[in-house]
Ligand binder design. Structure first.
Ligand SMILES: N[C@@H](CCC(=O)N[C@@H](CS)C(=O)NCC(=O)O)C(=O)O
Length: 214
């Protein structure tokens, strides 16, 4: 019995749903968080003391933190595709998953919250500019990597593309000035061609506009 909790318009949830579909896993999806609520019940808190989504339950294994879930699913069900038993090979992707956690996603999250989730009249334009510049610098770095290979860690899609690629749909739909990054554009087109990306990432986030309450 496999269950994934989390609202579809959370990009942390989207990463997990995207990978689960890439691996053709069967699971029950339970919308939770945001307007669905459900994070403050004792039952949910027992699964995730932080009361956040995504959460995965795979038989007796319960996991939270989107990147920990990605690694678990890949190691358990994606060997040879999304996971290499050779630590040296896996580290080529894993370093970018870590970089996404520590650098790209914090910058993008500041941008998304400061720009899109804050009502226009309340925006701190200096903070938004800074977040935009920081995010653009991250994607500019990826542009250099992607100039010589189609995916972040080489010729095939890896967890790095899921961690760093999930925000792309929002990045390209925000009414902001993006730098010209042709290799990131091409990478985004490659990801858009994948059914699992279309189903789980290319979905409206309009409900989040000007909403800082969850
Ligand atoms: N670092 C965590 C972040 C988890 C997180 O902050 N989740 C947000 C959604 S993106 C959440 O649960 N917010 C409360 C809500 O949706 O009600 C992860 O990657 O899973």
């Amino acid at each position: 019995m496999r269950t994934i909790w989390g609202r579809r318009n959370s990009f942390n949830v989207q990463k997990v749903l995207w990978l689960a579909d890439e691996l053709a896993l069967e699971f029950e999806h339970i919308p939770a968080g945001g307007s669905f609520g459900g994070l403050d019940t004792e039952e949910f808190r027992a699964r995730n003391p932080h009361q956040k989504v995504p959460v995965l339950q795979d038989d007796e294994v319960v996991l939270w933190e989107s990147h920990a879930i990605l690694r678990y699913l890949a190691a358990r069900y994606g060997r040879g595709r999304f996971w290499s038993p050779d630590p040296a090979i896996e580290s080529r992707s894993d370093r970018w998953v870590e970089w996404s956690s520590t650098t790209l996603l914090p910058a993008f999250t500041r941008l998304f919250w400061g720009f899109f989730r804050t009502p226009e009249a309340e925006r701190n334009s200096a903070a938004v500019e800074k977040a935009l510049a920081d995010t653009a610098r991250c994607y500019a770095l990826l542009d250099e990597m992607l100039a010589v290979q189609p995916y972040i860690a080489g010729h095939d899609i890896t967890l790095a593309d899921i961690a760093a690629g999930t925000p792309l749909y929002r990045w390209y739909h925000l009414d902001i000035e993006r730098p010209n990054l042709p290799h990131v554009d091409a990478w985004y087109r490659r990801l858009q061609a994948r059914a699992a990306f279309q189903t789980n990432v290319m979905i409206s986030f309009e409900e989040l506009r000007g909403r800082a309450s969850f």
